[in-house]
Design a protein around this ligand. Structure first.
Ligand code: 5AD
Ligand code: SF4
Length: 436
């Protein structure tokens, strides 16, 4: 028997990259690789990268620099860059860092086995095509090994919206949806391997059109899978929240009451400059409708401060929108210029002002987040236990609202949805007691 080669893969960025990394590990599994948790003993290192903000992209080069010594010790070590930086910068990566053997974009990683063979022969391999062949058709079935209770499942990729700040339409290409039958088959494989909760992923997941009834149609089809307890989806654009999807939040019991619905700004002038094609008012009306369908829904959002042209008043409008909506969870960023995007060419807001605005915005958001968590204390939630906690006899899982909850419980409850009473609130999690 040949000893397996070891693959170390490091994932940056969004959940779509987490999913892609799993599939890359599976694809290279066919070439005799097993995953290792340390770069030190690896035969191949893959960085699955993110290009969304400048800092994310720069991390790749500093990380690659650190592999110099490893390559000196082990000349057979192969180093690859995958993901969105690979897509955006392609050959430039090999020019900037000659240590790199392989560059593969997010739409071509089903070709990794052939690329791996080429680099073993001493060649350099680059593939950043948007190929005609469907990677999901080529990739093998999901690995049969037993899995944890939660999984991501990419159902849609790319984006046609062209927000003026965003690289995604360039790195991930045009919107493409996987056919519902293909998604349902993969979901069944995941459930057969022990998965109880599936999060459907897409850069614009609610624009999914691989089912004749859109994302809502896919959710209802998944709802029929025995053994699947929970469905989530992310990330959505406000303009694609159709009536059927809003209604599903009220009527589909497997669909969890949590929605990530980025608005980016609360100023109509900035929303227009961002090419968002909605207003602050239309977003707030939409939230009202979703909350009518599911009153206890926990809302999450993304915000950018310091977009070119953002005045004090524009920023105040964003703060006011946040006050009106009341978020249970949020992600916020300083605007970062991305090469090739329209906003990169515009006059920029001073860095110090961005920093100040971000601090104010995050203070407001974390006050809201804490207050929403506080309302959970005393309430009964349902927790899907995922793993053991730090303390003996403790399990950690997620409530339907995606709060991390820990409670004393036997390990046999991992993978079960259990009623839990919340007894305390701490900054990043809730403490609970099982009701049984
Ligand atoms: N600068 C800062 N934040 C950005 N995002 C996307 N592009 C940029 C950028 N150029 C944020 C948006 C998006 C999230 C994934 O990242 O808020 O929703
Ligand atoms: Fe980053 Fe966007 Fe690529 Fe995800 S899709 S890794 S967020 S650039």
């Amino acid at each position: 028997m040949t000893t397996p080669k070891k693959l170390f893969i490091k994932t940056y960025g969004c959940q779509m990259n987490v999913y892609d990394s799993e599939r890359m590990v599976e694809a290279l599994g066919g070439e005799g690789y097993v995953e290792t948790k340390s770069a030190d003993d690896a035969d191949m290192i893959l960085l699955n990268t993110c290009h969304i903000r400048e800092k994310a992209a720069e991390k790749v080069y500093s990380e690659l620099g650190r592999f110099k010594d490893l390559k000196a010790e082990n000349p057979n070590l192969k180093i690859g860059v995958a993901g969105c930086v690979a897509q955006a910068e392609g050959e430039e990566i090999m020019r900037r860092q000659p240590l790199v053997d392989l560059v593969v974009g997010p739409q071509s990683y089903h070709r990794l086995p052939a690329m791996e063979k080429a680099v073993q022969q001493g060649a350099k391999a680059l593939d950043t095509d948007f190929p005609e062949d469907d990677k999901f058709d080529t990739l093998t079935k999901r690995a049969k090994t037993k899995r944890g209770p939660t999984a991501f499942l990419t159902v849609q990729e790319g984006c046609d919206k062209f927000c003026a700040f965003c690289v995604v339409p360039y790195t991930r290409g045009a919107e493409v949806s996987r056919p519902a039958a293909q998604v349902l088959k993969e979901a069944q494989e995941l459930v057969d391997a022990g998965v109880r909760e599936i999060t459907l992923l897409g850069q614009n997941v609610n624009a999914y059109h691989g089912h004749e009834k859109g994302l809502a149609g896919l959710i209802w089809a998944l709802d029929k899978i025995d053994g699947l307890a929970r469905i989530r989806f992310t990330t959505s654009h406000p303009n694609d929240m159709d009536d059927a999807l809003i209604e599903a939040h009220g009527t589909c019991t497997k669909l969890m009451p949590y929605l990530h619905l980025p608005v980016q700004s609360g100023s109509d002038a900035i929303l227009k400059a961002m090419n968002r094609k909605h207003t602050a008012e239309s977003y707030i009306r939409l939230i009202e409708r979703i909350r009518e369908a599911r009153p206890d829904l926990l809302l999450s959002g993304d915000f950018i401060v310091g977009f070119p042209g953002e005045t004090d008043q524009d920023f105040e409008d964003t703060m006011n929108l946040i006050r009106e909506v009341n978020y249970g969870q949020a992600y916020s960023f300083k605007y970062s210029t991305r090469p090739g995007t329209p906003a990169a060419e515009r006059a920029q807001v001073a860095e110090a002002l961005k920093t100040e605005r971000l601090a104010n915005l995050q203070a407001l958001l974390s006050t809201q987040q804490r207050a929403v968590q506080e309302t959970m204390v005393g309430r009964e939630v349902r927790v899907l236990f995922e793993k053991t906690g730090r303390q003996e006899g403790q399990l950690i899982g997620k409530s339907e609202y995606l709060h991390a909850v820990y409670a004393d419980a036997p390990a046999s409850l991992i993978g079960q949805v259990v009623p839990v009473r919340i007894i305390a609130n701490s900054p990043n999690s809730l403490a609970g007691q099982c009701i049984q």
